[in-house]
Design a protein around this ligand. Structure first.
Ligand code: CMP
Length: 136
């Protein structure tokens, strides 16, 4: 079993899609090992997305990610990071493969409904951010 982090973003919590997304995850054989609901402060959102410092979309992204509740969850599965990236699809929903979560429900490249860790190393950092170092 390996671990990864998924966040349900404000555009999806606002549309009552939490249950739908968890259903998609569980049917794809991910186990939800921990879950929270939290409204991020600006400082927390900037820290989480520190890797995007200097990118033109960062300020809008931080405003969006603090605009409502998000649902981070710790997921377990064999090959968790890669399989979750496949399941959610490309960042830009117009480029996401048919059948992926973003193809199905994302609104645009920013309001793209879910975030998933992109490497085992980043998964460890992101899991610790929301669930503490003991969760890794
Ligand atoms: P996420 O997978 O959470 O990683 C960074 C986020 O920035 C991304 O999803 C989008 O919500 C947002 N974003 C907005 N514009 C862009 C862009 N041009 N390229 C990448 N990410 C973007």
């Amino acid at each position: 079993m390996s671990k990864t982090l998924l966040i349900i973003k404000p555009d999806a919590t606002e549309r009552n899609l939490i249950g739908h997304i968890i259903n998609r995850l569980e049917r794809s054989r991910f186990t939800v090992a921990d879950i929270r609901m939290v409204t991020l402060t600006e400082e927390q959102a900037r820290k989480f997305y520190a890797v995007h410092e200097g990118k033109p979309f960062l300020n809008d992204l931080v405003a969006f990610m603090t605009s409502g509740p998000v649902v981070p969850m710790l997921l377990e599965k064999d090959n968790a990071v890669e399989d979750l990236r496949t399941l959610i699809g490309a960042t830009d929903p117009t480029k996401a493969a048919c059948g992926t979560i973003r193809f199905e429900i994302a609104k645009d490249i920013e309001k793209n409904s879910v975030h998933a860790s992109d490497s085992d190393e980043n998964a460890a950092t992101e899991i610790a951010f929301f669930f503490g170092p003991d969760a890794i």
